[in-house]
Design a protein around this ligand. Structure first.
Ligand code: NAG
Ligand code: NAG
Ligand code: NAG
Length: 366
């Protein structure tokens, strides 16, 4: 009995608190957002888009100001865009006199485009908002975001690859009959702008391009606004880490032909060292680029694999020379060495020229 009484009293107290709180908060909201509420006519439908002019769909224009691009991740195939998304439209239903209003709280009471960023794997809002209502009932809204954007990357041409990444904006609940989204190209505006020059560590960022596509769902057309960005890999890293060291090793192994054929230990040591270094290099490379990329033929593989057989041939010839030094064929070995001193760098030069001309042409194409 006592327990029931206690519970009832407790529930009453809780209810009273709730009512009190909601009263306090509603009056609080009202006084803070008064200038917003004055704009809203009776019967305003927050969830339906404002009508356009002459029965046309409402134009909503979008622009993006990119602050930064970072965390370009080739393993998870995504990167992050930091930026402000601007949208502009006209809401003819509003009652506005001759003062413009800047108050982001007004966006709670009015229709705002419900943007959906389809290529974004995750979206972070920073809560920094700007909401401007002009005297002519045009509205500019802007908000800061960080998008983790998925990008289908291709590594067939690694390290000469260029990745093309898409970012999209569409409206979730307004189809083309109600709202017509478009990139802000009026007054020669650039829909995509940068607040500073962005230089990602491993890539060159190309100039973003914008285009528009349509898709049909449930018998209605929806417009998708796309921004495409190209990320072209910088070659500096590969040159410093792979090409320069392996070229040096080839140069060092060339020295073998100046060591007399009889001095077998010296030649063997040099060849073994060169071979081991090349093997280590290719195993580092494989550790860095995982199984997913392995299925694509990689140009660095071509480079390193083509270097290794050259060494293999040398060591074979070396052993032959050693065997023959007993049969006093040393002069013959010396002749081969003299020939190889010229042939070896020549072959390497031809291979390098063909390799770089071919792959740099692929690289420049993109
Ligand atoms: C506009 O003016 C009318 C009458 O002059 C007034 O009642 C109304 O509150 C004003 N609206 C705004 C948003 O200031
Ligand atoms: C809406 O956009 C279309 C296409 O850009 C343009 O032709 C039309 O004039 C715009 N309507 C308004 C009311 O600005
Ligand atoms: C969608 O757009 C296409 C091409 O503009 C048009 O042929 C089709 O009738 C549209 N569908 C609807 C439901 O408006």
């Amino acid at each position: 009995m006592l327990f029931i009484l206690k519970t009832t009293v407790f529930i009453y107290i809780a209810l009273f608190r709730c009512i009190q709180l909601s009263l306090v908060s509603s009056s609080h909201v009202e006084c803070e957002d008064e200038d917003c509420l004055n704009l809203i006519p009776k019967g305003y439908k927050k969830h339906s888009a404002p009508p356009g002019i002459n029965g046309q769909p409402l134009n909503v224009t979008f622009a993006i100001n990119i602050i930064d691009i970072d965390e370009i991740n080739t393993e998870t195939m995504d990167f992050r865009i930091h930026g402000y998304v601007y949208s502009t439209w006209i809401d003819n239903r509003l009652l506005i006199n001759d003062t413009e209003i800047i108050n982001f709280k007004c966006s709670r009471y009015m229709w705002v485009p419900d943007m959906v960023f389809e290529t974004a794997k995750s979206t972070k809002q920073f809560g920094n908002k700007f909401f401007y209502i002009d005297k002519d009932k045009s509205i500019i809204a802007s908000e800061r975001y960080a998008f983790k954007t998925g990008c289908l990357m291709h590594f067939e041409n690694y390290p000469f690859d260029t990745q093309l990444c898409m970012f999209s904006i569409a409206l979730m609940s307004s189809n083309d009959n109600e709202v017509h989204p478009q990139w802000d190209k009026e007054n020669a505006n650039e829909p995509i702008s940068f607040s500073k020059k962005i230089e990602p560590l491993q890539f060159h960022l190309g100039k973003p391009r914008t285009y528009t596509t349509k898709a049909e769902y449930d018998g209605a057309n929806f417009t998708y606004l796309y921004m495409s960005m190209s990320l072209k890999r910088r070659l500096t890293g590969s040159v410093v880490n792979i090409y320069a060291p392996s070229t040096l090793i080839v140069a060092v192994s060339w020295v073998t032909f100046w060591i007399r054929a009889e001095a077998a230990p010296a030649r063997v040591a040099l060849i073994v060292t060169s071979l081991l270094t090349l093997c280590t290099q290719s195993s580092i490379k494989q550790a860095v680029y995982d199984a997913r990329e392995e299925k694509n033929t990689k140009k660095i593989n071509t480079w390193i694999e083509d270097l290794i057989p050259e060494k293999g041939e040398n060591s074979g010839k070396q052993q032959e020379n050693r065997a023959c030094s007993h049969c006093s064929l040393a002069s013959n070995a010396a002749d081969i060495d003299v020939l190889c001193r010229k042939l070896f760098p020549l072959l390497f030069l031809i291979f390098s020229v063909v390799y770089w001309v071919y792959y740099l042409s692929i690289y420049e194409q993109k």
